[in-house]
Design a protein around this ligand. Structure first.
Ligand SMILES: [Zn+2]
Length: 166
């Protein structure tokens, strides 16, 4: 399991729901946290490690087990407010763009034991949840970028495309 980068097509593939029969879930989640921390991320979606299932992890502190969250088969039930802030993505090293997101989101999800939760997130955590949820829908930062920002970041995006092609 390793981090994959834009424009790897696995980032755009359909992601299936997880079931309790999916083997090795705790071990795979542990590996994902290690990859996320090693790359100094605060969120990581399964398709970003080439695993096309509806799962993402988050830790707004970027470390420390007590703030770790696992979202299995999540669904954003509602979203309210809106805020524009810069964000990055481990699959787009070096890219930071301003993205408009909901201020508060209500999410239904399962944890690693398949227990159902419904929880409201706001602030930074709401931003992480919406960014990672996008990954499960095959939506990337490149799809949230304005034309002006696309032009401004053209060299970086070209470089990522060339690196993937070679
Ligand atoms: Zn991302």
């Amino acid at each position: 399991m390793d981090l994959i980068y834009y424009p790897n097509p696995l980032l755009r593939k359909k992601n299936r729901d997880l079931t309790p029969d999916d083997g090795n879930l705790p071990e795979k989640i542990r590996q994902m946290f290690e990859i996320m921390y090693r790359n100094k991320g605060v969120g990581l979606a399964a398709p970003q490690v080439g695993w096309n299932v509806r799962l993402f992890i988050a830790n707004p502190e970027g470390g420390g087990a007590e703030r770790e969250k696992v979202f299995v088969n999540p669904r954003i039930v509602s979203s309210s407010g809106s805020v524009s802030e810069a964000e990055g993505c481990l699959s787009f090293p070096g890219l930071y763009i301003t993205v408009n997101r909901g201020l508060e989101v209500d999410v239904e999800y399962r944890d690693a034991d398949f227990k159902t939760h419904r929880e409201t997130f706001n602030g930074f955590m709401a931003r992480i949840v919406q960014h990672e949820y996008d990954h499960l829908e095959g939506i990337l930062m490149i799809h949230r970028i304005s034309q002006a920002e696309k032009v401004r970041n053209k060299r970086l995006l070209d470089e990522l495309e060339e690196r993937y092609a070679s």
